[in-house]
Design a binder for this molecule. Structure first.
Ligand SMILES: NC(=O)c1ccc[n+]([C@@H]2O[C@H](COP(=O)([O-])OP(=O)(O)OC[C@H]3O[C@@H](n4cnc5c(N)ncnc54)[C@H](O)[C@@H]3O)[C@@H](O)[C@H]2O)c1
Length: 252
């Protein structure tokens, strides 16, 4: 069976690597993203990928994107809820409410909207799968990143609930919790911490890695491989779980 896969925010980063990995495994892949240039670039390098712009903070756009994805794919077997923004780096009492709202909108409400619209189609699949992107910030408290941590804990509660609700349709739902992933985004996170701590960006990076048993950054290709595995028949007994991929990090 050729898997039909929808990946949100797959124009770059982990979503892009995941789209590439599914395509390489023979799946039919649909990717949405807010960045049309990233989508155009993805179309050039991922064979057969179908793309569409969508802002995950806009319910109306999601409400047209999901049906368009299902129609283009000819059904839906796998939903990868990858979209998630870092949000600001500020203590709670200085957190701009509008930035809190935006982070919740993209990371949690957008995930809810995509999923509620995808479920009727996943129920028609022989083996429906949902993989949600949480984070190390969904397993620990995370100073100065309250909207991010709150939404990533929220992703876990949402995932565990989906697993229970959808088990009767043989749909599995799992969350993955990456740690520090190699790429531009984590460099922005270190820069944000450095602005508050007074340490240099290099010192912040070294401090983060020092919290880990394996002293390395996570390769986004390894995250993509984990997602492809979770969507495969070999993972048919895995549902309702949170799977860290973080070099055994001890705190966020
Ligand atoms: N990178 C990390 O270190 C890390 C660690 C743990 C968890 N995660 C999670 O993994 C997921 C992907 O992270 P990433 O590092 O690949 O992200 P990223 O910052 O590299 O962005 C990936 C894509 O998201 C798109 N995007 C941003 N806002 C959007 C919106 N409103 N609507 C649609 N698309 C939008 C961007 O255009 C980009 O193409 C997120 O949920 C993130 O929280 C990342």
């Amino acid at each position: 069976m050729q898997q039909k896969v929808l990946i949100t925010a797959g124009g770059s980063g982990i979503g892009f690597e995941t789209a590439s990995a599914f395509a390489a495994a023979g799946a039919k892949v649909f990717v949405c993203d807010i960045d049309t240039q990233a989508l155009a670039a993805a179309t050039r390098v991922i064979p057969g990928v179908i793309t569409r712009p969508c802002d995950m903070a806009r319910r109306a756009e999601i409400e047209t994107m999901v049906p368009a994805a299902v129609e283009a794919l000819g059904g839906l077997d796998v939903l990868v809820n990858n979209a998630g923004i870092s949000g600001p780096t500020k203590p709670v009492d200085e957190m701009p409410p509008a930035e809190w709202d935006r982070t919740v909108a993209v990371n949690l409400t957008g995930m809810f909207d995509v999923t509620r619209l995808a479920i009727p189609h996943l129920k028609r699949s022989e083996a429906g799968v949902i993989v949600n992107l949480s984070s190390i910030a969904g397993r620990f408290g995370f100073a100065n990143r309250s909207p991010y941590a709150a939404t990533k804990w929220g992703v876990i509660g949402f995932t565990k609930t989906l697993a229970i609700e959808l088990g009767d349709w043989n749909i599995r739902a799992n969350a993955i919790a990456p740690g520090a992933v190699e790429g531009e985004r984590i460099e922005r996170v270190f820069a944000g911490r450095s602005a508050i701590s007074g340490l240099t960006v290099a010192e912040e990076r070294a401090k983060a890695i020092a919290e880990q048993s394996i002293k390395a950054m996570v390769d986004p290709k390894d995250i993509a491989a984990l997602i492809v595995y979770l969507a495969s028949p070999a993972a048919k007994a895995i549902s309702g779980q949170v799977i860290p991929i973080d070099n055994d990090r001890q705190r966020a």
